[in-house]
Ligand binder design. Structure first.
Ligand code: ATP
Ligand code: MG
Length: 382
């Protein structure tokens, strides 16, 4: 049997084509992100009309590269394809090797020729390959197939693959700018960060912690969650902000402490956004998920924030968010015990606070001042 070699990855970027004039900017960003994701691998990346072709070098493994590619946003679909010469003979023998390797049985043959000057046509491919497939016990069928074999014939080569894989979708990270993600140790905010990246935003993380030093915070599970998220884009910039300055200042706010704390976090995030040139704040809030996440509390806590606050999970159930957390890979780390500052504030938080009251308490406790001092005593760690 001919051994399959010469595998490549064909990358499609669907949605990017909708972007008319900016198309090139998006494709360049995608190429940069793929190159960064594959750092350490041997490969070449080439344009091929409306797609990209990744060719692994000798010391790299195609499956490792494919698994990395599956996490790059902006890729709508990709295929691991084997290269044959653009001759009927080579196409048939490579296809047979693939049918064997994957153990394909009821297989539909799907040829596509973008170069039509060869002596053979699609019917010849189907005919010869069907014959050869039968000889090795596969059953070429049109209806009721269990698998497919795609044969894409180009001028210089034919690409043969059995599976169209779904990519991470979305837009290349960086094409929508930067955002500040309010990251807790919980299940939700890492999923929100993932959604922000999916829509092209580079995340800068802000975590408010209750430890006595930033060093303790940076060696907590937060840094591990950030590491998992950086699988989707290598940005691990985290601001660790201590909560004690706020807690001292907000001691007398009683049942409003939690809403004030959220307001404090937004204030901190907004200051950092200005410094970092980020255009939005992202949180993992979903409406009504916990007693304090009421519309009125949300309205109060954001009443003094100017930059847009994005809440990608606002309409999702906990179950849906949990499924995503598992898929993304952050779930196991998120459920490990952690003392989030929100859980050490008042036991019976207000479920309804007016913006007016929020603004008046903010003034009393000098919330902007508390935020600034906290940022000063925090640290940005890579
Ligand atoms: P999560 O699962 O993300 O912790 P949650 O269901 O626990 O969310 P809340 O505690 O109300 O809900 O937090 C809502 C959002 O506020 C979080 O998703 C996150 O964006 C932000 N947040 C909460 N705690 C912190 C923190 N310690 N540091 C930074 N942001 C936080
Ligand atoms: Mg939480």
């Amino acid at each position: 049997m001919k051994k399959l070699s010469n595998a490549i990855i064909i990358v499609h970027f669907g949605e990017l084509w909708l972007r008319g004039k900016n198309r090139n900017v998006y494709i360049q960003a995608l190429k940069r992100n793929i190159t960064e994701k594959l750092a350490g691998e041997a490969f070449t990346l080439k344009d091929d009309y409306d797609r990209l072709i990744i060719t692994p070098g000798r010391r790299s493994n195609i499956d490792d590269i494919a698994s990395k590619v599956s996490k790059v946003f902006g890729i709508s679909a990709y295929e691991v394809a084997y290269i044959a010469k653009p001759t009927l003979r080579s196409i048939v023998s490579t296809s047979i090797s693939l049918i064997r390797k994957e153990g394909l049985k009821k297989v539909k043959i799907i040829p596509h020729r973008s170069h039509k000057e060869f002596k053979f046509d699609s019917m010849d491919i189907i005919h010869d390959l069907a014959n050869a497939a039968q000889k090795i016990g596969a059953e070429p069928v049109v209806k009721g197939f269990e698998s497919q074999i795609y044969i894409s014939v180009k001028k210089d080569a034919a690409y043969i693959y059995s599976e169209k894989r779904r990519g991470a979708g979305g837009l290349p990270v960086g094409t929508s700018g930067r955002c500040v993600v309010l990251l807790s140790g919980g299940i939700d905010s890492p999923v929100a960060a993932w959604y922000a990246m999916k829509r092209g935003l580079i995340p800068i993380y802000v975590h408010v912690h209750g430890f006595s030093s930033n060093g303790e915070a940076s060696s907590s599970k937060i840094s591990r969650i950030v590491k998992l998220l950086s699988e989707y884009y290598p940005s691990g910039h985290v601001y660790y902000i201590p909560s004690h300055i706020f807690q001292m200042g907000a001691m007398k706010t009683g049942k409003y402490e939690l809403v004030m704390m959220k307001g404090f976090m937004l204030r901190v995030a907004e200051e950092i956004a200005k410094k970092e040139g980020a255009g939005a704040i992202v949180t993992g809030e979903s409406l009504g998920q916990v007693a304090s996440q009421t519309l009125s509390n949300i309205a109060a806590e954001e009443s003094t924030t100017i930059i847009p606050i994005l809440r990608p999970l606002i309409g999702m159930d906990k179950l849906e968010i949990t499924e995503y957390a598992r898929k993304i890979g952050t779930y196991d780390e998120s459920i490990k015990p952690y003392k989030d500052v929100c859980s050490i504030t008042s036991k019976n938080p207000a479920i309804s606070m007016s913006p007016k009251l929020f603004k008046s308490i903010s003034k009393d406790i000098n919330l902007p001042g508390l935020a600034r001092r906290s940022i000063k005593s925090g640290a940005a760690l890579q």
